[in-house]
Design a protein around this ligand. Structure first.
Ligand SMILES: NC(=O)c1ccc[n+]([C@@H]2O[C@H](COP(=O)([O-])OP(=O)(O)OC[C@H]3O[C@@H](n4cnc5c(N)ncnc54)[C@H](OP(=O)(O)O)[C@@H]3O)[C@@H](O)[C@H]2O)c1
Length: 270
């Protein structure tokens, strides 16, 4: 699996395995087992997903060496206040059966608590309990506020990003500040997979529309986090490294942007 160097110095595999809405214990453990078998090493969970413990157990059973794995979790909004954040992270590590995560994110730019919460993440990073720290659902405005008052810069901003929500300003801002964008809902949660532009490019490369959407994220320099609990999709969602979109392909895909959000919208968050 190809990796990208984060500003924290560690390497991020360029495709991650999403775990949102994988709540059933058996389903989660089986999906993680299949993902590992297929070659995924990067797993994206969160306190609010309710499956950190299932992921931790599945990884332990598989026995993949810890240093080969890249594990991300996210501090849930109500755990942002300083009095709760550290204890909630202790519980996450316990759930995940590890003594560090590779990436720890603030899940959302919560008004009033996010800056203090960032300083708590800095302490966790300095203690070596998170190799990298970052944010999620931050707009340019939220990032500017953070960059003006931080000791450690965020390594990652995880946001909704796909061909129907391309966020060019945010992508450019992050690039300029050496912040990697992780693309969540890279398949737009299943929306628009029947678009003829995707079908045409799929035909050109012998790939599915979903694979074209995921490759678009990679060729944009971002890291897609597709989620599936089905073996055929788990396999095809990582089978992206035997082709590359041309500038012309990227230009036709640029036209699909329609600011279509499938998840939450942080643009109005003060
Ligand atoms: N930070 C945040 O606030 C945030 C928010 C949302 C998501 N995320 C992260 O991003 C990950 C992915 O986002 P997501 O789960 O919203 O959406 P997604 O990956 O864009 O789409 C997942 C949906 O598409 C289906 N699917 C998967 N592969 C497919 C394929 N090859 N062809 C057709 N359909 C396919 C899945 O169904 P099956 O499972 O039935 O195959 C599921 O219904 C999450 O799991 C989570 O880790 C983060």
């Amino acid at each position: 699996m190809q990796t990208m160097k984060l500003n924290s110095g560690n390497d991020l595999p360029v495709v991650g395995f999403g775990l949102w809405q994988v709540k059933n214990e058996q389903e989660c453990k089986e999906a993680v087992r299949l993902a590992l078998e297929t070659g995924y090493r990067h797993f994206d969970t969160a306190q609010i997903y309710g499956n950190e413990a299932y992921l931790g157990e599945a990884l332990k059973v598989a026995g993949t060496p810890r240093e080969e794995l890249f594990i991300t979790t996210k501090i849930w909004n109500e755990n942002q206040p300083s009095a709760r954040l550290s204890a909630s992270f202790d519980q996450s590590l316990k759930n995940l059966q590890t003594d560090y995560v590779d990436l720890l994110l603030l899940h959302f730019p919560v008004t009033g608590t996010r800056q203090q919460a960032w300083h708590e993440l800095e302490k966790i990073a300095k203690a070596g309990r998170a190799k990298a720290i970052g944010v999620s659902n931050y707009t340019v405005r939220h990032l500017e506020e953070l960059l003006a008052d931080c000791e450690i810069k965020p390594a990652v901003n995880q946001v909704e990003l796909h061909v129907y929500l391309q966020q060019p300003e945010l992508v450019e801002f992050c690039k300029q500040h050496d912040i990697v964008i992780e693309a969540y809902s890279p398949l737009a949660h299943g929306y628009g997979l029947d678009n003829p532009v995707l079908a045409e490019l799929g035909q050109k490369y012998g790939k599915s529309p979903a694979q074209i959407m995921l490759r678009w994220c990679i060729d944009l320099g971002t890291v897609p986090l597709p989620k599936s609990v089905h073996e055929d999709r788990i396999k095809s969602n990582i089978d992206l490294f035997d082709f590359q979109l041309t500038d012309e392909d990227m230009a036709s895909l640029a036209k699909l942007d329609k600011n279509h959000r499938t998840c939450w919208d942080p643009t109005e968050v003060a």
